[in-house]
Design a protein around this ligand. Structure first.
Ligand code: GUN
Length: 293
């Protein structure tokens, strides 16, 4: 059994990006510029944001964080998005989700210029991904594909089972895994809250991607000997013994499942650090204008 080290892989990818940015700036070009909008003070979102700002520094990007209070109107937020769409110094930007209930997430996503949509959430980028055209890929699925590639994990002809059908992870990872590419070329089954026989389906899987947000959902009786298990779960579970008061819990019962796997990602330190890396890669692509110009 091999543990997939997302933290170390992410560190290497960020070093590669920094190297490319150095070449750009040495050639007299400006570095990539990422803006991020954060509404409110949700603990998880605050911590994602801090990590994104840190990653920008590590990669040599310029960045800024635009904050709004919880009670910002949808109209004001859309106005800010329009400003960022039109600002030539901003190569890409993200609006941290989830947004407060009075704001329509989808309306916000569709207001973003797809050429600056480095989260890969705009319907143009989702559509391009689904028909195999270049474009910005949703960061977590792109990070998972990078891990499969860098660890040389065979995917062609394998049965991949995706648990979860979210627009951010489940749907796009299923699309990428079924694409005729390497990694890819899998036969994909997507399971969700109405799926019957999830255990039986998982037992048939060569690759399991767990993205349900249900701590410890994948147990050892669901995993075939030698399977590859990718854990996308990051639920905050209260833990009085930690200084933060919580610990991050994956969707997989790691202790029991790991011995059966050929490869497995831990939580934390698996998929999480790769997500931010993909955002950095997308921002570099936005700077270079390779996808759409
Ligand atoms: N919330 C959880 N993950 C993400 C992400 O990748 N991007 C944005 N914008 N919000 C998120």
């Amino acid at each position: 059994m091999k543990i997939i080290d997302g933290k170390e892989t992410a560190r290497r990818i960020k070093a590669e990006i920094a190297e490319e940015v150095k070449k750009l700036t040495e050639a007299g070009e400006r570095p990539p510029y990422l803006s991020a909008i954060l509404v409110g003070h949700d603990g998880g979102s605050e911590s994602y944001m801090a990590n994104k700002v840190k990653a920008c520094e590590e990669c040599g990007f310029d960045s800024d964080l635009i904050r709004f209070d919880d009670d910002v109107t949808e109209e004001r937020l859309l106005e800010e998005i329009k400003r960022l769409n039109e600002d030539p110094k901003v190569d890409g930007f993200i609006v941290q989700l989830p947004l407060p209930a009075h704001i329509d997430d989808q309306k916000v996503i569709e207001a973003i210029d797809y050429r600056k949509d480095v989260d890969g959430f705009h319907p143009v980028n989702v559509g391009r991904l689904s028909i195999g055209l270049p474009g910005f890929r949703s960061a977590t699925p792109a990070g998972i594909m990078d891990l499969l590639e860098r660890y040389g994990i065979e995917t062609k002809g394998k049965h991949a089972v995706v648990l979860g059908r979210s627009n951010i992870v489940g749907k796009p990872i299923a699309t990428l895994l079924m694409q005729k590419s390497n990694p890819g070329d899998c036969t994909v089954t997507v399971c969700h809250s109405s799926t019957k026989n999830i255990k039986e389906i998982c037992r048939e899987a060569d690759i399991i991607v767990a993205a349900l947000g249900r701590p410890g959902f994948v147990t050892e009786d669901m995993v075939k000997e030698g399977a590859v298990v990718i854990d996308v779960g990051t639920t905050r579970v209260p833990d009085a013994s930690r200084k933060s008061g919580f610990r991050l819990c994956g969707d997989v019962d790691f202790e029991k499942v790991a011995p059966k796997c050929s490869y497995i990602t831990p939580v934390p330190g698996g998929v999480g650090p790769m997500t931010i890396c993909s955002l950095m890669k997308n921002t570099l692509m936005a700077r270079k204008g390779d996808y759409f110009n």
